[in-house]
Design a binder for this molecule. Sequence first.
Ligand SMILES: NC(=O)c1ccc[n+]([C@@H]2O[C@H](COP(=O)([O-])OP(=O)(O)OC[C@H]3O[C@@H](n4cnc5c(N)ncnc54)[C@H](OP(=O)(O)O)[C@@H]3O)[C@@H](O)[C@H]2O)c1
Length: 317
Amino acid sequence: MTNMLTKQFGKKGWTPERIGSLKGKTYVITGANSGAGFEASRILLSKGAKVVMMNRNPDKSATAIEALKLSLGQHIDVSFIQVDLGELGSVRTAANALLNLTPSIDALICNGAIAQVAKQQITVDGFENQLGVNHFGHFLLCGLLFDRINESKGRIVMVGSNAYKMGLKRIKFEDLNFDNKYTAWDSYAQSKLAQMMFGYELQRRIKAADKNVEVQVCHPGASRTNLLKDTASTFNKILWAVMSRVIAQSAEKGAWPEVMCATEQGLQSAALYGPTKRANTVGPVDQNKLDSIALNQDMAAKLWTLSLEKTSLNWSL
Ligand SMILES: NC(=O)c1ccc[n+]([C@@H]2O[C@H](COP(=O)([O-])OP(=O)(O)OC[C@H]3O[C@@H](n4cnc5c(N)ncnc54)[C@H](OP(=O)(O)O)[C@@H]3O)[C@@H](O)[C@H]2O)c1
């Protein structure tokens, strides 16, 4: 496994112009009714792919599907399965529904998330809710869909964040829920680090087991989406509303790294893809420098075992 920083896509970086026809391909995207997930759906559908959105809110999903049909035409193949990533039972039901709906999965894009939740909240399964939604929900979903993705020679795309190298820069195994000194930032950072560590651990396990699944890890930089709208403190919402006009890029540009990771050939393992300008917050999409914390194998192995236990998943990879 390499970790060489190589720029593959020249000055302009990766753009959706590189994608050919995606007719016959199926992409599954979590949290696709707004922001980067919605824009990723639009790009993939515009290339002829089938997209299955796995969204929490049925009304918002209906509106999103209507908007996509209005802009791309009634013929597009887009559907929706209800899932709450913050409830393991809901993830199991949704995974079954998906397996009944789609004979193949070319990529599962783990995009849905909540961020900077102002006050500690605990999911029905007992997890701090950012760790529950962003990591444990996706961990279980990936495990339940893995065999189908493997049969399809498909991919798993983990949507991370620059936050992985901020906060505590570790998994707080002794206090996963931040019962002691909860902060919105540290708990979000932990959840995104967990997702990324899981992605790299999956790469290593897939290689060792000689499976046919490619895993890629990316992030959208700083993008103007709904991310902080429901969850952040009033102060952080106002701050972001003002700052994002200056420092952030469009949600569409934020979608490019995940679409690239789902479709482009020749990407590397142990690599992170995202925007390359202004501390990787905006600009041309290519490989980013990866902080070594994300590749810590001891912590990742511990997180893997813990995630199996917490989700009661039987995944012998
Ligand atoms: N925007 C940025 O600057 C930025 C920076 C770093 C990383 N990211 C990452 O980019 C990804 C996309 O986020 P975004 O910025 O596009 O934000 P967004 O517009 O808020 O989209 C997030 C999506 O996740 C869904 N979601 C939230 N909780 C869920 C749950 N329990 N079950 C199922 N779906 C759920 C939301 O659905 P609802 O509509 O039901 O809430 C929404 O559709 C996330 O992984 C985020 O961490 C974003």
